[in-house]
Design a protein around this ligand. Structure first.
Ligand code: HSE
Length: 343
């Protein structure tokens, strides 16, 4: 029985809780998976801990109807993130604090603390994944724990675990794709005539955009994902600021119309490539792709990643790139993988 503590209970955390409430019986029946969420700590919503397990339906009610985890009857209240990690009986920590792609904090501290105690960490937070993946993966190994980050790229669409497990043994010469759901949704809607501000607001309402959506439209989020892919699969040792970056803020309706007339479509493309000289080149920039390019057909909040591998050639994964349930699912898929590994 997995014992879970959640650090952060925003969109993704609540999406995961909805999934766990709905699928609890089926997960037990079909996957043999049993869990207890014993603690949740959120810096805005308060916290609650019960070593015997929380009732997730009542947790969601407390937050959605009364605006606070402290409104949950029973359990211990008032524990902050670090106390929850250190003192709860959880064996698995789900790190969902806010994303900071400059410092990675406080999330990196949360991950370190948990791994040092031999607790597994699952996160969709791009801060620790982009800024500290190699050291956190090493720490996990040292303490016989798992550090799982599937949700940091393409939400719950399996891309990192596919690259790590199913494509293991390949060398990659490049990894390229559409890595941000918000901007791909915006460009798709703008092509239909919607204006920039309206469509950005819609992307926020639909839960695709970051808390600060400038990170999406200026390509910072995509640069974080390029960094994750480059470090995980190409030993690049780069940071997000090493990725040459241009967002979609300067793309006008006239640019979109011109591209359409020329049989092209704008996409925000992230790339990491090994040049002949051996050096790596990483970038995020808008490109007007010919409609015949497979990436040109990827529309809405959908993402795609193409691995160019030595043994298989090009392998492309396409699927949802953002959203509360889609990202909530990324956490579930990692929880199930930990359970399957027998740790
Ligand atoms: N804001 C991100 C996006 C969320 O739009 O892709 C998923 O990482």
């Amino acid at each position: 029985m997995q014992k879970i503590a959640m650090i952060g209970f925003g969109n993704v955390g609540q999406g995961l809780a909805d999934i766990l409430v709905e699928k609890k019986a089926k997960l037990k029946r079909k996957q043999g998976y049993e869990f207890k969420v014993v603690a949740i700590s959120d810096f805005k919503l308060g916290s609650v801990y019960d070593p015997d397990g929380l009732n997730l339906k009542r947790v969601l009610d407390a937050v959605r109807k009364r605006g606070s985890l402290d409104a949950y009857k029973g359990g211990t209240h008032g524990w902050d993130a670090l106390r929850t990690i250190r003192e709860s009986n959880a064996d698995t920590i789900i790190e969902l604090a806010f994303t900071d792609l400059k410092t990675g904090q406080p999330a990196i501290k949360h991950c370190r603390e948990a791994l040092k105690l031999g607790k597994h960490v699952v996160t969709s937070n791009k801060g620790p994944a982009a800024l500290a993946y190699p050291s956190l993966a090493r720490l996990a190994k040292k303490h016989d724990a798992r550090f799982m980050i599937e949700g940091t790229v393409m939400s719950g669409t399996p891309v990192l675990n596919v690259g790590m497990n199913d494509l293991a043994g390949n060398d990659f010469t490049s990894i390229q794709g559409i890595l941000n759901g918000t901007t791909n949704y915006m460009l798709s809607e703008m092509e239909k005539g919607a204006d920039y501000e309206t469509v950005l607001k819609k992307a926020q309402d639909l839960g695709y955009a970051e808390a600060d959506p400038t990170g999406d439209v200026e390509g910072v989020d995509a640069a974080g994902k390029v960094t994750i892919l480059a470090n995980m699969f190409m030993d690049a040792g780069i940071r997000p600021e090493d990725v040459k970056r241009k967002g979609i803020t300067k793309i006008t309706p006239a640019d979109i119309e011109k591209a359409t007339k020329e049989g092209k479509r704008w996409k925000l493309i992230g790339t990491v490539r090994r040049k002949r000289t051996g050096t790596l080149e990483a970038s995020v920039k808008p490109i007007a792709l010919p409609l015949s390019d497979p990436l040109a057909g990827v529309m809405g909040p959908v993402n795609a990643v193409t691995f160019d591998s030595d043994l298989l050639g090009k392998v492309t994964v396409i699927g949802p790139g953002a959203g509360r349930i889609e990202t909530g699912y990324s956490i579930l898929t990692d929880l199930l993988a930990i359970e399957r590994s027998g740790k």
